[in-house]
Design a binder for this molecule. Structure first.
Ligand SMILES: Nc1ncnc2c1ncn2[C@@H]1O[C@H](COP(=O)(O)OP(=O)(O)OP(=O)(O)O)[C@@H](O)[C@H]1O
Ligand SMILES: [Mg+2]
Length: 256
């Protein structure tokens, strides 16, 4: 049970000695168990927001609360799959996915024992002892996700996990993620550039403005679950898609 609250967070970076606002005052409450997406132009501060939530960088203002407790600047409270989540090339897939458990002080033998059924159940059976370069892009992303899940936090942040995949693999991965979300009952905050992906996966989508990013609109995705390829042809899906396309186009036009 975990509710995440972003309260008045902003972030300024220094660019040539001058403060540059990357993220404007942002408030966002992510309710327990929801699948929430963020979509917005490149450079609008999405990864910055995730780094703030994960406690990796200090916000210029604002706080992060988890179940009402202030966790600003504290790491280790949420699972986080970074935009460029690299697997360690010298470790086997099995030893890559247990990194989070190792960080938490669980002995390697025990960590491996926990990870093996996960790899088998989620499509990486037979690849446990291979190194990352022996896997396809989709499989590597799967390993990255399993690693994030094994870290075993209620809230997980996924920053464009499927951005580099081809359309077909992407669809498979989306269905796989929905299955995992159902099985593990996590609260997910997800960044994507792909409108179809955002609608297909989410309960709720927050559209960000161009830099400095702030929430421009929130869309409730009232499509039934379980979702399937049929969802993509649903009239409601197409209406939501049009709404989002227009909003994002507005952001592109106003940033020109
Ligand atoms: N460590 C940093 N130092 C200085 N500027 C930074 C730093 N990190 C990010 N920025 C700047 O802040 C802005 C927001 O970056 P951020 O990576 O959060 O955007 P994003 O929305 O995740 O973009 P994308 O969709 O391309 O991943 C950009 O202009 C970026 O250049
Ligand atoms: Mg980013």
């Amino acid at each position: 049970m975990s509710e995440l609250e972003i309260a008045g967070c902003s972030k300024y970076y220094k660019k040539n000695g001058v403060p540059m606002c990357a993220l404007a005052d942002t408030d966002l409450r992510v309710e327990n168990g929801r699948f929430v997406s963020i979509i917005g132009p490149s450079g609008c501060g999405k990864s910055t927001l995730f780094n703030i939530i994960a406690g990796l960088i200090k916000p210029s203002s604002g706080r992060i609360l988890l179940d009402g407790k202030d966790i600003t600047q504290e790491s280790g409270h949420v699972g986080y799959m970074l935009q460029k989540d690299l697997l360690l090339p010298w470790r086997s897939i099995l030893d890559n996915v247990i990194i989070g458990l190792e960080i938490r002080g669980i002995p390697m033998k025990e960590a491996r024992k926990r990870a093996l059924p996960m790899l088998k159940n989620y499509g990486l059976g037979g690849f446990e002892y291979d190194h990352p370069d022996a896997l396809s892009g989709g499989m590597r992303q799967r390993a990255g996700l399993i690693r994030t899940l094994l870290y075993d936090k209620d809230v997980i942040l996924l920053d464009e996990p499927f951005g580099a995949l081809d359309a077909q693999t992407r669809m498979q991965m989306q269905n796989w993620l929905l299955e995992i979300w159902k099985d593990f009952k996590k609260t997910i905050l997800f960044v994507t550039h792909d409108i179809d992906e955002a609608i297909y996966l989410s309960d709720e989508i927050h559209v960000f403005t161009h830099r400095p990013g702030k929430i421009k609109a929130t869309i409730e995705v009232d499509l039934p679950r379980p979702r399937s390829e049929k969802t993509l042809m649903n009239d409601r899906f197409l209406t939501l898609k049009k709404e989002l396309l227009l909003m994002l186009r507005e952001e592109r036009v106003s940033s020109d």
